[in-house]
Design a protein around this ligand. Structure first.
Ligand SMILES: O=C(O)CCCC[C@@H]1SC[C@@H]2NC(=O)N[C@@H]21
Length: 329
């Protein structure tokens, strides 16, 4: 299967015969897919029965997928500019819940317009969903993060593997043994009373550069030959996400908070805020992180016992370096 040079291959696969029909329909209208940029070259859309070689096994993935709304229409490509661009540019053409996975991205998108390095050995995917309640939207990224960590924990457990200490670094990084192994990007547009959301996840499974990866850590602690596969993680992610998303929509983020706080790195963390009042020298203030506020920022308590919401200043790459506090009533 060629994915380099001047052509881009997209392989479509559905979970059920109905979703396979959708895949055929999309293929028949593939000229309407707003794909990519010049670097993508000619685009060839294939059904899974027409793809002879694939490094991602759709059958294996579909076999492990139990979710009834998400991940059931799969677009896989050996190489893309960005899975996020593909699903966001085609939101209206793709059924909600469609997932796009690729082996390599050449223009991977990170938060705040950063480039996301996307070499071989990573699970790189984006999928779509819709939401109506704008107040919940900022918290969605935390539900997505939690679905990734829960999926990995469950896979380790069901495969008899040792547990990986996979954690969430607020707001949307995934850490393993103190090193970054992944990140989450959620973007949205508003149309006809709906937020059209694209969620993108990059997770380093097999590439030890530049930090660490899941399978290397598993090998270190287990020395067995069993590794986590992208297909397993992706299916397990959607199985978890579907449940967590339902709870989130029905009962709000509060019902997931306990699990979230067990998984993130920050409960009780002391944070130094550099503050400058007019006419006064800069002051270092220490606050202690307690949780999240209803709008998804950090909730902290100061040495004055007052509650504060901490906002990133928008200039620092490390969120914890440039926090600004706002007093809560
Ligand atoms: O900046 C971050 O921490 C979030 C990075 C999210 C990267 C993923 S990789 C798959 C998907 N496609 C993209 O272009 N970006 C997201």
């Amino acid at each position: 299967m060629d994915g380099c040079g001047s052509s881009t291959v997209l392989v479509l696969a559905g979970k059920s015969p109905q979703e396979d029909d959708l895949a055929r329909f999309l293929k028949s209208r593939s000229d309407t897919l707003k794909l990519l940029d010049e670097e993508a070259g000619e685009v060839r859309v294939l059904l899974r029965s027409e793809a002879y070689q694939s490094t991602f096994d759709p059958q294996f993935y579909m076999g492990a997928l139990t979710a009834s709304r998400f991940g059931r229409l799969l677009i896989w490509s050996p190489r893309l500019p960005s899975t996020h661009d593909l699903v966001s540019k085609n939101f209206g053409e793709l059924p909600v819940g469609t997932v796009c996975v690729t082996d390599v991205q050449i223009k991977g998108r990170g938060r705040a317009k950063n480039v996301w390095e996307s070499p071989m050995g990573c699970l790189l995917f984006s999928f779509t969903l819709q939401m109506e309640d704008g107040r919940k939207l900022p918290l969605l990224q935390y539900v997505v993060s939690l679905a990734v960590t829960e999926a990995i924990k469950e896979l380790c457990q069901t495969n008899g593997l040792p547990q990986l200490d996979i954690r969430i670094k607020w707001p949307n990084d995934l850490y393993l043994n103190g090193l970054k192994v992944g990140g989450i990007l959620c973007t949205s547009t508003y149309r006809s009373k709906h937020f059209n959301v694209c969620a993108g996840i990059g997770l380093n499974l097999d590439n030890e550069k530049p930090t660490t990866c899941l399978n290397a850590v598993l090998q270190e602690i287990n020395s067995g030959s069993l590794c986590l596969r992208r297909e397993d993680i992706l299916a397990s992610f959607f199985n978890k996400f579907e449940n967590l998303f339902e709870v989130f929509l029905d009962q709000g983020f509060q019902s997931l908070e306990e699990l979230y706080y067990k998984t993130w790195l920050h409960s009780g963390q002391k944070v130094v805020i550099e503050e400058k009042q007019e006419g006064q020298p800069e002051e270092s203030i220490i606050v202690t992180v307690q949780g999240l506020t209803s709008s998804g920022y950090l909730l902290a308590v100061g040495e004055d016992d007052k509650s504060y919401e901490l906002h990133p200043d928008g200039n620092s790459f490390d969120f914890f370096k440039g926090l600004v506090r706002r007093r809560l009533e």
